[in-house]
Design a protein. Structure first.
Length: 457
């Protein structure tokens, strides 16, 4: 679907310029690989590209990397472990995901596996996540530009040549042989005017505001409420029975995770929507502002409830919220291939895979989330889901891959985003070294290099 067919405000209008127009601006760099966005996929893509002897720049709007995992404080690495009725974790996703997790562990920045329904997750320290990313990017030789955003895309016909960036220093140009859009929002793809989709016919998943709760007797909390980080029945019943005149608690099913820090819990409890209950479009800055303000208000309500009703939280207090609300979904590209809902449900395996995912369809939309477990199974994500159907010299990584609505509700999580970035970084390097367009690369060649780096495919 062409973005011009979507009911979008003025700030969604494509913004591309020619090379001649770009020459009116100072050129900051001419490089091999440009990575836009420093979330899990961007860190993986930039590190892998630089380690493949490509001159690489990573552009990130905040002063740190981490994306939804850190700025959004989602706080867990999901998607590493098989879902099963068994009580022991079975890891099936490795590669860059495991490289990052093990480095976090070396720094004391990640928990052992924690029970999450029928699977497991690990919870990480947000500061140590940033420091781990800093180290990987610095050691590999990536040139990092924090506090910098992309405002336009430089095109020659259908070919991507680079971007215009803006910071407090003003505007300048980066020319790149290959661009990796790891923005999460398909920001480069959209500015170039390539086609994309927006959720289920314009409806996306609810955002949420995570928060950290300090002053908790975690041992008492776990002993009383159990080790499953999906809220136990007792908490759900308490939420249901809470005096609605005293609390505003729009969500009854909540997630609580012990962290690496003593006396601390990570809480995912809010549900953010417009005042009338309608969807918030977090591409729209007005809607996003509503989400941020109401998110902080809801955090105080849930924290007040937890202190009054939950064992171990009697003396608890809010440490912080995410720098931004947690965004689950915005744009999805129209790719050469699309991960379908049926691919996920059926556990489709494929020879062109660059990542496997055992994560359930976890669809947060409306009043009641949908949860579909993939018990003792996983599906493969094809390389073509990272290649836009239009445009040359560009590949995406992260949750903006080409996927149907419910498929994305499974494929968007952190472990998989690390591996999408891994694949994109390998693909960019192979494309440059071999002189082949990205869409003509053999997925098997990408997978082979990823397997040598530890990926399970």
């Amino acid at each position: 679907m062409d973005s011009t067919c979507v009911n979008i405000p003025a700030w969604e209008i494509r913004h591309q310029i020619s090379l001649d127009e770009a020459r009116s601006l100072p050129c900051l760099a001419e490089i091999d690989v440009l990575v836009v966005g420093g979330g899990a996929s961007g860190v993986a893509a930039a590190t892998v590209a630089a380690e493949s002897n490509c001159s690489t720049i990573l552009v990130e709007r905040y002063g740190f990397c981490g994306g939804a995992a850190v700025a959004g404080l989602s706080g867990t690495i999901c998607g590493l472990f098989l879902a099963s009725e068994q009580s022991k974790p079975k890891q099936i996703v490795f590669g860059f995901s495991e490289r990052f997790r093990s480095e976090l562990a070396r720094r004391g920045g990640v928990t052992p596996p924690q029970k999450y329904g029928k699977t497991f997750v690990v919870t990480h320290d947000p500061l140590k996540w940033r420091e781990t990313a800093d180290s990987l990017l610095t050691v590999s030789g990536v040139r990092v530009l924090f506090h910098t955003v992309v405002v336009a895309v430089i095109m020659d016909g259908n070919r991507h040549l680079g971007v215009v960036i803006e910071s407090n220093a003003g505007r300048s140009v980066i020319l790149a042989k290959r661009t990796i859009d790891a923005s999460g929002d398909a920001a480069v793809v959209a500015r170039a005017g390539h086609p994309w989709r927006f959720g289920d016919q314009g409806r996306i998943q609810n955002p949420t505001m995570f928060f950290r709760l300090g002053g908790v007797d975690v041992d008492r909390f776990v002993a009383h409420w159990g080790e499953d980080t999906i809220s136990p029945p007792e908490i759900v019943e308490a939420l249901t029975a809470a005096d609605r005149r005293n609390y505003d608690l729009p969500r009854k099913k909540i997630w609580i995770f012990p962290t690496t820090q003593p006396g601390e819990l990570l809480v995912n409890a809010t549900r953010l929507s417009a005042r009338d209950g309608s969807m918030l479009n977090v591409i729209n800055p007005e809607d996003w502002t509503v989400a941020e303000i109401d998110g902080r208000r809801q955090v105080r309500e849930y924290a007040r409830f937890l202190a009054a009703h939950v064992e171990g939280c009697e003396r608890s207090f809010v440490i912080d919220t995410g720098v931004e609300c947690g965004v689950r979904q915005t744009r999805s590209i129209e790719g050469l291939q699309t991960l379908t809902n049926e691919d996920v449900v059926a556990g489709t395996k494929r020879p062109d895979s660059i990542c496997r995912s055992p994560w359930p369809i976890e669809l947060h939309a409306g009043d009641k989330p949908k949860l579909h477990w993939l018990l003792d199974n996983y599906y493969d994500v094809p390389f073509g889901a990272l290649i836009p159907a239009a445009g040359e010299n560009i590949v995406v990584a992260g949750r903006c891959l080409s996927a149907e609505h419910e498929a994305l509700a499974s494929a968007r999580v952190t472990a998989q985003c690390f591996e999408y970035g891994h694949a994109a970084g390998v693909a960019a390097a192979l494309s440059i070294s071999g002189g082949a367009p990205l869409h003509l690369l053999e997925p098997a060649a990408i997978a082979e290099r990823m397997k040598k780096a530890g990926s399970a495919l």
